[in-house]
Ligand binder design. Sequence first.
Ligand SMILES: [Cu+2]
Length: 146
Amino acid sequence: MRALGLIGAVSAIALAGCAAKPTEPTVADAIVRMAANPKAPSAGYFTLKGGPKDDTLLTVTSPVVIRVEMHESMTGGNMASMKPLDGGVVVPANSDVKFEPGGKHIMLYNINPGMKVGQTMRLDFVFASGLQLSAYAPLRAAGSAE
Ligand SMILES: [Cu+2]
């Protein structure tokens, strides 16, 4: 029981640290939806919350993924396609930018096979201002409700 109490105290401190900085962009509600086929890329979603100044998200990486790309889905006629967001994504001051199904998203290629639904993946975000953030995304099954 003692060990459990210590873990609880450590996670409370970590959570307080995450919530504490309204002075710069933050990342909220990150999730990764694992592809049903382990050879296919998985998709990730989150909300970028702008700080007091405009900033630009340049890259997203993960220590357990070989390659992460930022994409935007487009629908034209009956074709769904996506294009890479190579120039980064502007996060205007005091505004939310959502990465969500049917819109902007990240694609994760070659996730470490040890990562399973129900676990949590670290995502690292680098901004043009030099800001670096990490978020922890729960891994969800393909087609799950949330
Ligand atoms: Cu994509």
